[in-house]
Design a protein around this ligand. Structure first.
Ligand SMILES: CC(=O)N[C@H]1[C@@H](OP(=O)(O)OP(=O)(O)OC[C@H]2O[C@@H](n3ccc(=O)[nH]c3=O)[C@H](O)[C@@H]2O)O[C@H](CO)[C@@H](O)[C@@H]1O
Length: 498
């Protein structure tokens, strides 16, 4: 088990035991520290599990030195009988899944869980990604959009079943994101949600390590710590008694998703309904990969067992393989939207969590050098070990895959503007294009300032942007439906034509 630090602290130890872990260098600046700095540092050290520290450091150095294993010989696509699809299913089937999902939601059996402990380094902001405003006409942040979708799905379920339901929102944060996220939600009055139904908790942190297995000192009195990956979820569920909270509320199904997808369908009733109808304990939403080298994980089978294979784990020739119709054989792109039953999560927490693979991430970790100078490295110098949320798929007894349309459900915010894809501009464009499609499907004509009808934007890519700026509040429509709350519709549909 890696040495960790969690918000609630853990096994206590004295700093003189540090030498046992072979990491005495962390105390090299001890004489220079003030009383307060010493107290803070001691507290940090006392929260580390020293027993696991040396193993963690040795393991990280060893893993980073070994070449990553390619899985090509062993992989196969997911069999069709395990796959559901929004595109390939008829309307009756889709309606029955949606209806099943809405029923479960109306009975308070569905929760959503946001993975928001990541540092968002690629986007280059110092605050949590969920607080990012991609420049929509409304100025809404990702958190606000997600909160409003929860409102709407609750309302749709209430209207259909005459109930008053709650979809609790669990938010996994880390040392980096908890305080700002909490503050942001408080400042925005939880976007109108009941604060007791927004449950924030913290994942563990583990030390970053040099290539020769030494804990990295971030400053003279602080170890460089990093969150333990989004697979840290399973330990965090136990640390923070989240499964007990779910049980108390009667939540049986959880939709887990990552923070950066502006099109995410919170507690998506079609996905939930599909998984529940199939009796699945675990499921993954996928989109068709755009091209063989798109950097997304692929859901497939390895040695007959379902798992996600990261693009670095297969050879380009395998990624390029095509079937008889010209489609990619390994096309099931993971969009980090997962379904779990509470029973499965409980089993994972009890039995399987310790078996989850440790992945190596090589990063630039700021550190203090032997002379006490603060250094911002310009090339990678450290190893962060991470667990991945999808590494529990192999333990599922009934795993299913749900294929959705990219334009409707996936446009992640990964990079700053200027990059080729997954930027604020592309995220904004995807949302506005989707809302224009919804408005048109509902009978609206989008006009320019001269009164000319604007043509539909065929496909939004990094280079193109929608011709119309049409943003529809999630409080008005969840997935383009117009059947409810016409009062709300006429008041809040925002259309601004460029
Ligand atoms: C491991 C994982 O899921 N990889 C998926 C993730 O990649 P990707 O590389 O984008 O994964 P990120 O590092 O962005 O993390 C995904 C989510 O996990 C959260 N997070 C991350 C680290 C951490 O310690 N704690 C935490 O909560 C992030 O805040 C984010 O919401 O999304 C892609 C689609 O967008 C998928 O194709 C990848 O297969």
């Amino acid at each position: 088990m890696p040495p960790h630090r969690s918000a609630r602290g853990s096994s206590g130890s004295q700093h003189q035991h540090k030498c046992d872990a072979g990491q005495s260098h962390v105390l090299q600046f001890w004489p220079e520290l003030s009383k307060e700095e010493r107290a803070r540092f001691l507290l940090e050290l006392s929260q580390l599990d020293l027993k696991g520290l040396q193993d963690h450091c040795d393991g990280a150095a060893k893993a980073a030195a070994s070449p990553s294993t390619k899985l090509d010989g062993n992989i196969e696509p997911v069999l069709p009988e395990f796959i559901g699809s929004t595109q390939k299913s008829d309307t009756n089937t889709l309606a029955s899944w949606e209806s099943e999902g809405i029923l479960q939601i109306s009975q308070n059996r569905v929760g959503v869980l946001l993975l928001a402990g990541g540092q968002g380094t690629r986007l280059g902001v110092q605050y949590p990604k969920g607080m990012y405003d991609v420049g929509l006409p409304s100025g809404k942040t990702l958190y606000q959009i997600q909160a409003e979708r929860i409102h709407k799905i609750q309302e749709l379920a209430d209207l259909k079943h005459g109930s008053k339901c709650t979809v609790p929102w669990y938010i996994m944060t880390s040392e980096f994101t908890l305080d700002p996220t909490e503050k942001f939600f408080k400042e925005h009055h939880y976007f109108g949600l009941e604060p007791s139904n927004v449950i924030m908790f913290e994942q563990r942190m583990i030390p970053a390590v040099t290539f020769d297995g030494k804990v990295i000192l971030q400053s003279k009195g602080k170890i460089a710590m990093a969150p333990d990956g989004n697979g840290g979820l399973y330990r965090a569920l136990v640390d923070n008694k989240v499964l007990e909270d779910m049980e108390r509320r009667g939540v049986e199904y959880l939709h887990v998703y990552c923070v950066d997808n502006i099109l995410v369908k919170m507690a998506d009733p079609v996905f939930i309904g599909f998984c529940v109808s199939k009796g699945a304990d675990c499921g993954a939403k996928v989109v068709e990969k755009r091209h063989p080298s798109e950097p997304v994980g692929v859901v497939c089978r390895v040695g007959g067992v379902h798992q996600v294979v990261e693009y670095s784990e297969i050879q380009p020739e395998t990624a390029k393989l095509r079937g008889p119709g010209g489609e990619l054989v390994y096309s099931a792109g993971n969009i980090c939207n997962h379904f779990f039953t509470r029973a499965f999560l409980h089993e994972v927490a009890q039995k399987f969590e310790v078996q989850l693979k440790q992945h190596v991430a090589i990063k630039k970790v700021p550190f203090v050098d032997g002379c006490g100078n603060q250094v911002k490295p310009d090339k990678p110098n450290g190893i962060k070990m991470e667990k991945f949320v999808f590494d529990v798929f192999p333990f599922s007894r009934n795993f299913v895959v749900f294929e959705v349309v990219r334009e409707d459900e996936f446009s992640p915010l990964k990079n700053a503007d200027g990059a080729a894809m997954d930027t604020p501009t592309t995220a904004r464009a995807s949302l506005l294009a989707q809302h224009s499609r919804w408005a048109r499907a509902a009978g609206a004509a989008l006009l320019d300032q001269h009164g000319n009808t604007l043509p539909p934007t065929a496909r939004v890519t990094g280079e193109s942007s929608p011709s119309a700026q049409c943003e529809i509040s999630p409080l008005v429509s969840y997935f383009g439906e117009v059947r409810t709350s016409s009062r709300l519709c006429s008041q809040t549909i925002r259309e601004r034509i460029l």
